[in-house]
Design a binder for this molecule. Structure first.
Ligand code: PHE
Length: 338
């Protein structure tokens, strides 16, 4: 029996050295020390031994168990350490890999231009006002001295909705809404959307305007010229020239269209300006007394001026876009250039 035990001891320690995993270690333990393990089975024969032999065998068995449990403990720890090291190696992050850049969003080019225009006028003391895009005939036309037979009311230009509503064709109705609720002095700009039935290289059905209105005592046309010239310089550079051309709007008298010297050919004449050297950027004029009476202002006491500009047109000049419709096709390859 002593020989058997010595054999077991030799065997189990040799096998322990070969164990590679915690699972294999556990089955080895069961194989020798479990309830039906080899050592346990041998020890069941203890009863047949002589009195003299019994304590010697018992001592030997205890030795084997003690040796085993120490070696078992060491191996367990070693395997744990190996397992952890392997896991760490597999999960390691290679910090030398190049990073992945997030795609940054930015303001749409038309929004950028709108914000730039707005900031130039707010620095000159204008306040931002807004109004509804769904309007009535009254605010869009009547109150702006636009009689029912005016071509601007033609079905081809205006998106009419049901119940007498329409999509505003310009930002000018906000002039009326502000003057109705506020006494002079008034000094506002109105950045916003407008709608017309129109679609070609220089028109989209929805577009943006910035309206301006200044009303006070003794406001003159030369102040209008000064403010617009200052705007043009800030927007397009001090070398840019401004030209006022006589025009007609129902709600201003006198009225003008304002041109700037072509930013592409600097006045020489090119395709962008149709060979004229000038590009129209806005409509303007002195507020018509009829408009003042529509809002209950005394046209004998106050004077004023108004202007309205197309934002896409100005963005076009700033960014040199040949077709205005590309602003609204949402092609990221186009939009990311700004
Ligand atoms: N509302 C005019 C348009 O859309 C522009 C304008 C505004 C002209 C204010 C004069 C004064 O064409």
């Amino acid at each position: 029996m002593q020989e058997e035990l010595k054999q077991i001891r030799h065997e189990v320690l040799a096998k322990l050295k070969q164990v590679q995993t915690l699972d294999a270690l556990e089955s080895l333990r069961i194989q020798y020390f479990g309830r039906n393990g080899k050592l346990t089975t041998v020890m069941k024969g203890m009863g047949k031994l002589s009195k003299a032999e019994r304590p010697i065998v018992g001592k030997l068995a205890n030795q084997i168990r003690a040796e085993w449990s120490e070696a078992f403990e060491q191996t367990t720890q070693e395997l744990h350490r190996q397992q952890q090291a392997q896991q760490l190696a597999e999960e390691s992050v290679d910090i030398t890999l190049p990073g992945r850049k997030p795609a940054y969003g930015k303001a749409h080019p038309v929004t950028q231009t709108l914000e730039r225009i707005t900031s130039i006028f707010t620095q000159m003391g204008f306040q931002v006002a807004t109004g509804p895009e769904v309007e009535t005939d009254y605010y869009n036309f009547d109150a702006l001295n636009t009689p029912a037979d005016h071509p601007a009311r033609d079905l081809h230009d205006t998106f009419y909705l049901t119940d007498g509503y329409l999509l505003r064709t310009h930002t000018s109705p906000v002039q009326i809404r502000v003057m109705e609720r506020q006494q002079p002095p008034v000094r506002i700009i109105v950045p916003g959307k407008a709608y017309r039935v129109d679609y070609d290289v220089s028109h989209t059905p929805m577009f943006h305007q910035v309206e301006g209105l200044l009303v006070d005592t003794h406001v003159t046309f030369s102040e209008l010229k000064g403010i617009l010239a200052s705007f043009v310089w800030q927007m397009f550079g001090a070398e840019t020239q401004t030209r006022f051309r006589p025009h007609f709007f129902p709600f201003t008298e006198p009225s003008a269209e304002v041109d700037i010297s072509c930013t592409v050919c600097v006045g020489a004449g090119c395709r962008s300006c149709g060979g004229t050297g000038w590009i129209e950027i806005l409509g303007a004029g002195a507020v018509d007394p009829e408009v003042f009476s529509a809002v209950g202002y005394d046209a004998e006491q106050v004077t004023g001026f108004a202007f309205g500009m197309g934002v896409e047109r100005i963005a076009n000049l700033q960014f040199r876009i040949p077709d205005i419709r590309t602003f609204y096709e949402n092609d990221l390859r186009f939009l990311q250039q700004f």
